[in-house]
Write a protein of this length. Structure first.
Length: 253
């Protein structure tokens, strides 16, 4: 009996530690509250490398025609500086929209704008206020052009270019699963001449959609993603009040 009691006591201690560990793991896995999916709020559109707003402005007009409030961000400087500064700008715009009364924000990130959005989610707890995210042709794992620029371009490859090179410290820092409960649709075109390989846009935890998988006749180039009629229809549907689901058919346009 005197040998049995210590063994039982040890087993009880082990069980209690195990249960405590399970509770701690459960707390770590708890991603917290998320915005109401049935209440669309303000849409923020994040331009790509260089900060050109033209294509996204046309997409914003379509969103406004659907009754949404939509704002295209103006990136700091010339849009080629540190992506963290751009994520700071996105965070400021998102928090201001919520403070002004929006229930949440939806974010559309085009090209490098999708990387900025992923950085915002990672470093600014963006999932607290983001209802949904759509990224368009975003080099979430880098692009060979930036890699070549970082290696041989010198001053012709500024900070954002270097950060978009495959294997950069910045990209490695966001190479993980999305927070639970954040719907994200990542769309890319197989005809992308800028983001190579095109499936660099693939994101763990997102709905990943090569455009040609449902619209095989699409000849959309990278620069045409924000204005392509198929992509626009997919974006409007993804940011609606219905739950985000993987598109199965090419939209009628």
């Amino acid at each position: 009996m005197r040998y049995l009691l210590p063994a039982v006591a040890g087993a009880v201690v082990l069980l209690l530690l195990t249960l405590a560990g399970v509770r701690l793991l459960g707390a770590a896995d708890d991603d917290g509250p998320r915005p109401d999916q049935a209440r669309p709020g303000t849409v923020l559109l994040v331009p790509g490398y260089g900060g050109n707003r033209a294509g996204l402005s046309r997409l914003a007009d379509r969103l406004r025609a659907e009754g949404r409030t939509a704002t295209v961000l103006t990136l700091p400087g010339d849009g080629t500086g540190r992506l963290e500064e751009q994520a700071d700008l996105l965070d400021s715009a998102a928090r201001q929209a919520v403070t002004a009364g929006a229930p949440s924000v939806d974010v559309i990130g085009y090209s490098a704008g999708g990387v900025v959005t992923r950085l915002w989610v990672e470093r600014h707890d963006g999932a607290e206020v983001a209802r949904r995210v759509v990224s368009l042709g975003s080099p979430l794992h880098g692009t060979r052009l930036a890699g070549l620029g970082a290696r041989f371009g010198g001053a012709q490859c500024p900070q954002a270019c270097q950060e978009l090179a495959p294997g950069s410290d910045l990209l490695d820092s966001i190479d993980g699963a999305l927070p639970g409960g954040l719907p994200w649709l990542s769309i890319w075109t197989e005809n992308d001449e800028t983001v190579q390989p095109p499936d660099s846009a693939r994101l763990d935890g997102a709905v990943n959609l090569p455009l040609q998988s449902i619209c095989p006749a699409a000849r959309t180039a990278h620069s045409e993603l924000p204005t392509d009629p198929y992509v626009t229809a997919l974006v409007l549907d993804a940011l609606g009040a219905e739950p985000l689901s993987e598109p199965r058919t090419c939209p009628a346009v």
